[in-house]
Design a binder for this molecule. Structure first.
Ligand code: AMP
Length: 285
């Protein structure tokens, strides 16, 4: 396996791989790899010839006062985990290698960045879109693997690739969870034992919304939102930012619960800001 911090080396290696007919799979991460990342890397290894895992804690997607400095970093552990899961290349550039000077050109996400996470983290999706564009430019034509865990990010990246005609096929991968439902996340490392057990409230809240839609056939969006909120607010250690019901493609709140909706939740437990989401499918009457 190759470990490189050089954008030029990455580009040259992947150009050569494609020249001899090998397909490329890219999994962009911020490191601190866990079972969610490993599942995606294994899938990429099954579907493409050369798998690149990028590790870059992207300063552009963190706001002032967020956890950029505290974000867990352990390159040697990540390298071993990526290799074990089937990566061929780990690309771990420094900020200086990616941005030798302050970038004068960045990507701007429009309406999709105004809602949900975007409303709570101004500039976040512009930062994500800018770095994903850069990674895709370095990787060249590839399959790009993203997790549904960051659902809004996945929707933004799909639009980014379509709207800017980037040469990538975006592959969305299901969320990997702990046995008690908590979605795996690098930020779970911030949780104390009591906060860790309180954090299952995100999944329970989503399940309450899903049951309202799928078992009780609730079509009123406010009622589904209330079913989620009531569960979320029962947990004293959880501070809810939002529990929302949206159209899975546009991320707009629909006038009525349609055949397919996405339920999303975000909030704080201790020092960690956590997000999660789930699909819900309503039987049409
Ligand atoms: P991160 O390193 O947290 O920025 O995540 C990198 C990629 O891994 C993103 O596409 C995430 O959506 C995905 N990911 C993170 N956690 C999970 C999970 N529990 N299940 C599936 N994908 C995940």
């Amino acid at each position: 396996m190759i470990l490189t911090d050089s954008p030029d080396e990455l580009r040259a290696f992947l150009e050569q791989a494609r020249r001899v007919g090998r397909s490329v799979g890219l999994h962009p991460t911020m490191g601190s790899l866990h079972g969610g990342h490993r599942t995606i890397i294994r899938r990429a290894a099954a579907e493409t010839d050369v798998v690149v895992v990028s590790i870059f804690v992207n300063p552009l997607q963190f706001g002032p006062g967020e956890d950029f400095d505290a974000y867990p970093r352990d390159l040697e552990r990540d390298r071993a985990q990526a290799e074990e899961a089937g990566a061929d290349v780990v690309f771990a550039p420094s900020t200086a290698a990616m941005f030798p000077e302050e970038p004068q050109v960045t990507v701007r996400v429009n309406r999709l960045a105004d809602v949900l996470e975007g409303a709570h983290r101004p500039g976040h999706f512009d930062g994500v879109a800018t770095i994903v564009t850069k990674l895709l430019a370095l990787a060249g034509p590839c399959h790009a693997y993203f997790g549904e865990k960051d659902y809004q990010q996945l929707v933004v990246v799909r639009h980014l690739v379509d709207d800017l005609s980037l040469p990538a096929v975006v592959v969305g991968c299901p969320t990997v969870r702990e046995p008690d439902g908590l979605a795996l996340s690098s930020r779970n490392a911030y949780l104390s034992a009591t906060e860790r057990s309180a954090a299952t409230v995100l999944y329970h809240s989503l399940l309450a919304g899903k049951r309202a839609v799928e078992e009780r056939g609730v079509s009123d969006v406010a009622e589904v939102r209330a079913a989620m909120t009531v569960v979320a607010q029962r947990e004293e250690l959880f501070d809810l930012d939002y529990a929302e019901v949206v159209d899975p493609g546009t991320l707009s709140v629909p006038p009525k619960v349609g055949a397919e909706v996405r339920l999303l939740i975000a909030g704080r437990t201790g020092k960690a800001r956590l997000i999660d989401n789930l699909a819900a499918n309503r039987q049409e009457d």
